[in-house]
Design a protein around this ligand. Sequence first.
Ligand code: PGA
Length: 255
Amino acid sequence: MTPKRKPVVGGNWKMHLTLAEAQELGSEVRNRLNSYAAVQTLVFPPFPFLHAVGQRLQDSAIGLGAQDLHVEKKGAFTGAVSAEMLVSVGCKWVLVGHSERRHVFGDGDDLVANKLRVALAAGLKPVLCIGERLQERQAGDTFAVNRRQLRAALHGLSASDVQDLVVAYEPVWAIGTGLVATPEQAQEVHADVRSAIGELLGIAFATQVRIQYGGSVKPETAAGLFGKADVDGLLVGGASLKAEEFAAIVRARNA
Ligand code: PGA
């Protein structure tokens, strides 16, 4: 029997938009996708717009998430945002370990693991992002790198600790470059990621955990990716900034 994993598509708005544009995009995403029950849709606006976008999404099926969090609860951490703050502005989801956090801001495996635990403790549903860099793929280390990132983040956790976890496989060479992985490239890594999750947290959990692909997804490439057995959703950056493109990607699920 094929496991039932509801597809999940997230829009990562990164450091884009003004408040008015973010509100408009939130409303547009809601208008176009609220009734599209085949896919769970999430948006990840920048911190200052979370509350206002959340208001536009109130009582809708669209989930609100943040792009990062800080590990401390409160205190003298200038510029940082805690999990409790995110919950208090209506966030239900949070990205953890996005490649830009890892490679632009220097978040290492240990910090990512800590952020994952802090998110879970606050009741936020994490999207754990992993992915290899181009030189790692070229060196034949793709599976090993993704397995290392997974192991570091999930070490010591049980399946019941991470019930709502979503994993996003985002090859670094595909993010923002226009170089989307082929459906076959995505599938072979997703299958290995699922098997690694099975070794860490048990087969039952691995069978039901959702694994997104991310990296230069466009409306034209979404259906092919969705067509693969272990691709349970997409994490979309650039193309999520236009409601029409984002909606086309979400709706590609049934195309
Ligand atoms: P991209 O970003 O779709 O612009 O490549 C994906 C991501 O970083 O989540």
